[in-house]
Design a protein around this ligand. Structure first.
Ligand code: F6R
Length: 252
């Protein structure tokens, strides 16, 4: 079941998303949380940091597993996802860094790294909540549009549209890595709960396709329509504008 939580602004929707994540951690202090990078989770992470500093939540016994990492970037590269997680969340909260996991972008053998990451995910015994953003092309993690859904961790060739979208973080487009390691769709679908955050007009069309369009690997996020449990989407008015226009009854 997909539940749409609509807030006027990105900030308000991010607070709602932080509360969903915080509830999972409060109810289960040893929860396994699946995390994402990119612009979308930043305000949500700020609120989780605030909650942790205020003593409203603790990540002391939480384990985390991230969706993806660029191939070729070291954890101290300022555009690596390891660096992002550290700067935007981990170093500000009481999580034990030893309990945080990302694929390694520097593995000499990326195929072996995918296998290692599968083992890491399996050893967690299940992800309690998986946070997702959504790419302009419908990707979740770095599962790009394809003719099938990936089951396990994969080495991905990023599409031109994803490289274009991510070029904003790099000094020039040719510095954007062209490959990434990503948790597979099957692993995302095995989480107990999914929390997706989406903001801005640029996400409005793809969000409508993901939630109401045909379920197809050409729009990877559309598989969430078949999720076994609750998918909570926290979005602002702009991201929900096409849904509001085409399916007004779906929104509060
Ligand atoms: C990031 C990730 C990606 C992003 C997506 C949206 O770990 O897996 O799927 O969530 O590209 O990115 P933003 O939030 O920057 O629009």
């Amino acid at each position: 079941m997909i539940k749409l939580i609509c807030r006027k602004t990105e900030k308000e929707a991010s607070l709602a998303a932080a509360n969903v994540m915080a509830d999972v951690v409060r109810n289960n202090p040893t929860a396994v949380i699946g995390l994402a990078t990119g612009s979308s989770p930043i305000n949500m992470y700020k609120e989780l940091i605030r909650m942790c500093s205020a003593g409203e939540i603790s990540f002391k016994n939480v384990k985390s597993v991230n969706l993806d990492e660029y191939v070729g970037l070291s954890p101290d590269h300022d555009q690596s996802y390891a660096y992002f997680m550290n700067e935007n969340l981990f170093k500000h909260i009481d999580i034990d860094k030893a309990n945080t996991n990302l694929p390694s972008g520097l593995a000499a053998d990326p195929a072996a790294e995918c296998k290692r990451y599968d083992d890491v995910i399996a050893s967690m015994g299940g992800v309690d909540i998986q946070l997702l953003g959504i790419g302009n092309n419908g990707h979740i993690g770095f599962n790009e549009p394809d003719d099938h859904f990936s089951k396990t961790t994969i080495l991905v060739d990023l599409t031109d549209s994803t490289i274009d979208a991510n070029a904003r973080f790099f000094a020039s487009r040719d510095l954007v890595p062209t490959r990434a390691i990503s948790m597979g769709i099957g692993q995302i679908m095995a989480a107990k709960k999914v929390l997706l955050v989406a903001f801005g007009k640029g996400k409005a069309d793809i969000l409508e396709k993901a939630v109401f369009g045909p379920v197809t690997p050409a729009v990877p996020a559309s598989i969430l329509q078949f999720f076994h449990g609750e998918v909570i989407i926290c979005a602002d008015e702009d991201a929900l504008s096409v849904i509001r226009e085409k399916h007004p009854d779906a929104l509060c």
